[in-house]
Write a protein that binds this ligand. Sequence first.
Ligand code: ZN
Length: 191
Amino acid sequence: MITLEEFTACGAHQEGHFLLSSGLHSSDYMQCALYLAKTARAERAGLQLAVASACEGMVADLVVGPAMGGLLIGHEVARALDLPFMFTERVDGEMKLRRGFGLLPGQKILIVEDVVTTGKSTREVARLLEARGGQVVGVVSIVNRSGRDNPFEPLPYASLIQVDFPTWKPEECPLCATGVEIAKPGSRPIS
Ligand code: ZN
């Protein structure tokens, strides 16, 4: 399995003061793209998530990965499961299935994410897919930083790394209170 140490070593786990895509602040940032930048690692993570989904009894006809985070890893999971892959994207604040993609009635769907923080956007994707006639059979992600074993109950959920980093609402952030500048995650070359 992937370890947090591997994430830290390649810069995919950074420490500081960060604004997460959920709007929360945190002392820790997980940038899966840096981990997935090595294609062999992406392939291995995809295979491990495919196995994890099967172990949790998720049987799908289709994999959906919400852009941007779910694109790379979703495609790798779909490849490992030999299933088609589609993606959703946010357009003017609204979650949509990418233009050109459509669902068959009752199609069983596995949702793949890179990082789950609050799970809010994933639930939005699940609602969208169900409204379009699909049946969501489960969620998998590389990282679970939700603070809960399964933020998607009653849907089954599996992750490769579960971490317990603090997150705060901006107005309650102790790093903001002490005047630590909120940082963009540092960039680093991939060798
Ligand atoms: Zn803050």
